[in-house]
Design a protein around this ligand. Sequence first.
Ligand SMILES: [Zn+2]
Ligand SMILES: [Zn+2]
Length: 153
Amino acid sequence: MDSLELMNYYHVPQNCKKCSGTMIFKGVGEYQCENCGYVDYDDYGKVRLYIEEHKGATAVEIEAATGVTQRSIRRMLRESRLEIAEGSKIFMHCERCGKEIRSGRFCEECAVKVRKSQEELKREGLQKEKRGYGHSQNGEEGQRRFMRDRAQI
Ligand SMILES: [Zn+2]
Ligand SMILES: [Zn+2]
């Protein structure tokens, strides 16, 4: 996703709802009108604010209160843009061992293992690429494999 798509995805406010002035980014999903000072939030800001005020909210409750879809909420969690508050009922599962995690895709233990194996695969791919240099078939195979591994990160 390029930055424009991302802006649409998170419904970044561009113009003030009150005076249609330009909204300036203030940080962590918060925007303020340069004309009248009206504060607005993108999806990330809305969800973050709601979780802060309602610790223990479920994804369903957050969706109902903020209008941000559960899909987006989970996506933000996966991208580690959002961390689940202590005592929250929303949780994610590690994709590798199923342990409950607060953000990202893997628990800390698995994250280390996954990173290691990805590095190994990458190294392997690079070596194959080097070895296959000059032999176009091997080279292409290595390249494809390398690309495939990259795509899974
Ligand atoms: Zn304004
Ligand atoms: Zn795990």
